[in-house]
Design a protein around this ligand. Structure first.
Ligand SMILES: C[S@@+](CC[C@H](N)C(=O)[O-])C[C@H]1O[C@@H](n2cnc3c(N)ncnc32)[C@H](O)[C@@H]1O
Length: 290
């Protein structure tokens, strides 16, 4: 899976094209460069279970990392976002059956029953009115349509790291604070995390309860509620988040650790039992009114 790989258009300049070729090769080898997305991609793909004849709508597609890969499986795939994605990826080549469109999740420009599957990844926590957005998703889905939502909980254990007496964690934290990279107390760190991700506070505090409440208030019924990535791999990933934040001040550290993907996968593989929790995958169907 060349996950998130987006081939770049020729610039017409030989030297530039040669450099783009190297960039492409690097992208092919590395994928999207997002450790978390890569680690959870097989579970997301299995949950979506896209059939070749299906029409798929992705809402809040961002850089189209998922859309690029998953559109290969569908009859056609529309990736939407509130920001104009063409600016981000104007020099990239997209598959023909992947259409990109700028629109608001709260007001979708599609007729009723236009899609078989609606997919949202990390969208719910950044919406001002998630119930309205799910009602819109229900409207554009056909009677048998499915809604799949992927929502991470990448920072479940960072609070423990922040307060831990472990020597390595304490050292990292003290150096981060001394260098002005992270705040000295967890509450400020937490606020910074929420601000960076634009995440709804209620979601951040208790993701699962929040999502259940949203779903119960729309025309959907949960069919599958599963988690990807077990606790040991989750802890390892979150340690990487914490270490990076303490060292660089960055609060979105997935980029740059892609070479550790085999290790994250190996840790997850070696711990087949035990609690999962980092990524929540929810598959819903429309409730049929009698
Ligand atoms: C956290 S990013 C997730 C991007 C991508 N789905 C992923 O998983 O990598 C949230 C995305 O939702 C988009 N977004 C925010 N509000 C939106 C809205 N009202 N309608 C559609 N997209 C929205 C943002 O522009 C952003 O690309």
């Amino acid at each position: 899976m060349s996950f998130g790989y987006l081939k770049r258009k020729s610039s017409g300049n030989k030297l530039k094209d040669a450099l783009l070729f190297i960039w492409d090769l690097k992208a092919r080898l590395e994928g999207a460069g997002n450790l978390l997305k890569m680690a959870q991609a097989p579970a997301v793909s299995a949950c979506l279970d896209i059939k070749p004849n299906e029409r798929v709508l992705e809402i809040g597609a961002g850089s189209c990392a998922y859309a690029y890969e998953f559109s290969k499986k569908a009859s056609y795939y529309v990736a939407t976002d509130i920001f104009d994605m063409s600016k981000k990826a104007s020099d990239r080549v997209f598959p023909q059956k992947l259409q990109r469109l700028t629109c608001d999740a709260h007001n979708l420009p599609f007729a009723d029953s236009s899609f078989d599957l609606v997919f949202m990844s990390e969208l719910i926590p950044v919406l001002s009115d998630p119930i309205k957005a799910l009602t819109e998703a229900s409207r554009v889905l056909n009677a048998e349509g499915r809604l799949v939502m992927v929502n991470g909980g990448a920072y479940l254990h960072v609070k423990d790291f922040f307060h831990s007496k472990n020597r390595v964690l304490s050292l990292l934290r003290k150096r981060g604070v001394a260098r002005g990279k992270i705040p000295s107390n967890y509450d400020d760190y937490h606020s910074k995390l929420i601000a960076t991700h634009g995440t709804n506070y209620e979601f951040f505090v208790d993701r699962d309860t929040y999502l259940k409440r949203i779903i119960d208030n729309t025309g959907f019924e949960v069919k599958k509620w599963t988690y990807a990535i077990r606790k040991p791999a989750n802890l390892f990933y979150q340690f990487l988040c914490f270490e990076r934040a303490c060292r660089t001040g960055e609060m979105t550290p997935s980029q740059g650790y892609i070479y550790l993907l085999p290790l994250v996968r190996l840790i997850d593989f070696l711990t087949p039992e035990g609690p999962r929790g980092m990524t929540l995958l929810v598959s819903c169907v429309k409730i049929h009114k009698q």
